[in-house]
Design a protein. Sequence first.
Length: 162
Amino acid sequence: MKFPRVARLDDTDEHVYELAAQVGEPAVPGSFVYTFSDEDPVNLEGKRKQAFRHGFLGVESFGVATVVTVAEMSKQEYKSVIERLAHHFVDAYGAPDLESALPFAREEAEYAVSLCEHEVNTLLALERAVDEEGIHEAFKVVKPQANWQGTEVKIWKIEEEG
C-alpha cells in the first residue's frame, strides 16, 4: 500500500515549525490538531500559523512537515500508524480510551492513503484555510524543477518573528 512520508527539500522546516517532523516518518494531514484545539485557527500567528496553513503531521514525532512523498508501506507498519494515532488521541486530545480512539485513527490513516493515488516518490504539499464553514484542505503535487538535481533548493525565505 502507499502512504505519505515526510520529505524535505531543504532545512526550512527546522526553522518554520516549533517541532519539525523527521524525514521518512509516516505522515497524515492532521487537521484534527486544529479541530480539537480550543484555539481558533484564525488567531494563530508565527510558527503555529505556518503549521496550520501548510503542515502535515508526522506520526512518530508529531512534528510538522511542509511536504510529503508518496511511499510504499507494509500492512504491519500501517497498523502501527493507526495504533500510534489512537494513543495520541488518548494522550493529547482526551479520548476516553484506545477502543474509542481507534475508529478516528483509522479514518485519519485511510484519508492519508486516499491522497496517495500518485506514483511512488510524488511530492505533495498542503494548503489549509479556515472560514465560517470550517477547515478546508487542498493538496497539490509538487513538480520537480530541472535545477533540483543534486542541489539544495530554497523554497521559502526565513525571516525572524517580531
